[in-house]
Design a protein around this ligand. Structure first.
Ligand SMILES: Cc1cc2nc3c(=O)[nH]c(=O)nc-3n(C[C@H](O)[C@H](O)[C@H](O)COP(=O)(O)O)c2cc1C
Length: 181
């Protein structure tokens, strides 16, 4: 039976490179991983007061995460850290207290940037937050994808012949990681 993987993209931009890389990871994934994008741009900003009358968007998001067998984060770096939209999604999924949706779901992170550093700071800030939420994170291979704007073919969607084997290796390692739990 295939494993359901929630893919969260930390950019809301229409032409986001991170979304394109997420879509390529989905395309290259082995059959046993049913990888689906879970949108985070519609989630109201986390405010504990709203738990009294929980927004429907939070309820649906929490259910999507609870019904997943694993989580893949694909994100840019904003000011050397996690983009606010992704941190908000992580926070929404972590509550109400004692009922986190993330607990025990195996995870992995890919960060992409047009700069050479590949979102290293964001990658490790994501790890820092989600390890606390009891998401066991895949350690190797790491994926800091730099110069991401240069990695696509003329169609603007498909990654070049050097990048595809790396993404394939990453998503195959993630399959092995997910199956350990
Ligand atoms: C608010 C903001 C902060 C940024 N900070 C960083 C940064 O710290 N490191 C970095 O490599 N790129 C930074 N960038 C550039 C992003 O990497 C670039 O805009 C990238 O294309 C965003 O990812 P996306 O294409 O998936 O939207 C920043 C962009 C914005 C809008």
């Amino acid at each position: 039976m295939s494993k359901k993987i929630a893919v969260l993209v930390g950019s809301l931009r229409k032409d986001s490179y991170n979304r394109k890389i997420a879509e390529e990871l989905i395309r290259l994934a082995p059959e046993s991983l049913d990888m689906q994008l879970v949108e985070i741009g519609n989630l109201p900003l986390y405010n504990e007061d709203l738990e009294e009358n929980t927004p429907q968007e939070w309820v649906e998001f929490r259910n999507r995460i609870k019904n997943s067998d694993g989580i893949l984060f694909v994100s840019p770096e904003y000011n050397r850290s996690i983009p606010g939209c992704l941190k908000n999604a992580i926070d929404v999924g972590s509550r109400p207290g004692g009922k986190s949706s993330w607990k025990g779901k195996p995870g992995a992170v890919v960060t992409c940037s047009p700069s050479g550093l590949g979102g290293f700071g964001s990658n490790h800030n994501i790890r820092q937050a989600v390890v606390f939420l009891d998401i066991p994170m895949m350690q190797q291979p790491e994926a800091y994808i730099g110069n991401v704007n240069e990695l696509f073919l003329n169609d603007g969607k498909t990654v070049n012949e050097k990048t595809e084997p790396f993404l394939t290796k990453f998503v195959n390692a993630f399959e092995v990681w997910v199956n350990r739990f």
